[in-house]
Design a protein around this ligand. Structure first.
Ligand SMILES: Cc1ncc(COP(=O)(O)O)c(C=O)c1O
Length: 421
């Protein structure tokens, strides 16, 4: 059976015939290194890499080895295991804000608990979030994630059905990179705001110089918990994440993707005086944040994550990743320019995409103004020529080879010609 037949079969048992994640007619059969193969037998250079986790590439031998050893010892216990403690130690060592770590299973869960933790710590209710900022699927996170209308700030627009209206009242929504509006909103609502959550690289949009430091300063002055959502940027932008790369330390951060080495694992990490709300003995019943999960700290995920971090600590890993990313960025831009396709490569070498617009991209609305149809066609052409990527991102991985760059360049040439025709 090929991908299309599987898609038909899936429609009977999965709403919309898929998991809700990626195009539902793509069924990936295998992955090895930088490549994946679909059920129709097509081979791709993989710039989707599981939406970020497979930074080392698929099936890295050393990761496979520790996972296989762990599988023989047991897959999940619910009780503590030593590998997850060692992984927490590695996170505390690496990530500037991390004094303690609490495991969960998905990034969205980590974000949900980080917000709740900020509320427990401050005794305040409101959440400050940026329009277009992605923080998982909780009710708060679904506010103005990808709104179809331009509401007046700070009004929140729910992006999902099924969310009580009351959630909207607790949200303050602001445009990313806009210090003036942020200041005005903080002046008005600051006393009621528990947390300000931000992706330090919002999807692919970089913070303007000084913007994250400005947020840090504002949150410190006003007693607001600053949360960096580092589900994507953690162990990608640098070993210590965006907080290391940009030199701004939040109170809490959320981590996922890379720390589970391809298995379900995520975490809230941060300052001990906030994290202590997970410990009833420390804060008493009133301040206690109840949190547990069947697969939290799963030992298979923990050994995979631990080995992944060990490999990432080896000399040159991040230089290589950045060099690969820069080389890809140049390839994209050179070929698009050669074919006169006005565009910008937006993001960081370790995570970027092309936006078809001449206007400067600083927030959700300016990104939305780019030509999305052209982007979709470009991505389709790339895929038809053996390059798989997400609709909004290129994720370079460390397993890329010369053959991958060559194939990518040929796919880019074809895609640029395709766009012109
Ligand atoms: C910035 C950010 N936060 C949170 C999440 C949610 O993580 P998960 O899909 O593991 O729930 C994602 C997922 O892509 C993300 O990009």
């Amino acid at each position: 059976m090929n991908s299309l037949t599987w898609h038909e079969r899936a429609k009977a048992v999965l709403p919309a015939g898929g998991f809700g994640n990626f195009d539902h007619d793509v069924f990936i059969r295998d992955g090895k290194g930088s490549r994946v193969w679909d059920e129709s037998g097509n081979e791709y250079v993989d710039y989707l890499i599981g939406s970020g986790p497979m930074l080392l590439g698929h099936g890295h031998e050393e990761v496979l080895d520790v996972v296989q050893q762990q599988l023989g010892k047991g897959m999940t216990f619910f009780a503590n295991n030593t590998s997850a403690v060692e992984l927490a130690e590695a996170i505390v060592e690496a990530v500037p804000c991390a004094e303690q770590v609490r495991y969960v299973t998905s990034g969205g869960e980590a974000d949900m608990y980080a917000l709740r933790l900020a509320r427990a710590f401050t005794g305040k209710q409101k959440i400050f979030k940026f329009e277009g900022g992605y923080h998982g699927m909780s009710a708060e996170a679904q506010m103005s994630l990808a709104p179809h209308i331009n509401a007046n700030f700070p009004s929140a627009v729910p992006d999902s059905a099924g969310i009580p209206d009351s959630v909207r009242d607790d949200m303050v929504i602001a445009p990313f990179n806009d210090e003036e509006t942020v200041t005005a909103l903080l002046d008005e609502y600051g006393n009621d705001i528990a947390a300000l959550i931000v992706e330090p690289l919002q999807r692919i949009i970089p913070a303007k110089p000084g913007f994250l430091a400005f947020l840090r300063e504002q949150c410190t002055q006003r007693g607001i918990v600053l949360i960096f959502d580092e589900i994507v940027t953690g162990f990608r932008l640098a070993y210590g994440g965006a907080q290391e790369a940009y030199g701004v330390v939040p109170d809490l951060c959320t981590l996922g993707k890379v720390i589970g080495g391809g298995f379900p694992l995520a975490a809230v990490a941060g300052k001990q005086d906030i994290m202590r709300h997970f410990d009833m003995a420390e804060v008493g019943r009133e301040g206690f944040l109840m949190q547990l999960g069947t697969l939290s700290g799963n030992p298979v995920a923990a050994v995979a994550g631990l080995k992944t971090l060990e490999i990432l600590r080896r000399p040159g890993a991040y230089d290589t990743l950045k060099a690969y990313g820069q080389r890809l960025q140049s390839l994209f831009t050179d070929h698009l320019n050669r074919h006169d396709h006005s565009h910008q490569v937006v993001g960081d070498p370790t995570l970027f995409d092309v936006l078809f617009t001449n206007d400067s991209v600083v927030d959700y609305r300016t990104a939305k103004a780019a030509d999305a149809k052209k982007n979709a066609v470009f991505n389709q052409h790339l895929r038809a020529h053996g390059v798989l990527k997400s609709p909004g991102k290129v994720y370079p991985c460390l397993a890329l080879t010369e053959a991958d760059f060559e194939l990518t360049e040929n796919a880019l040439i074809a895609a640029c010609e395709g766009l012109s025709s």
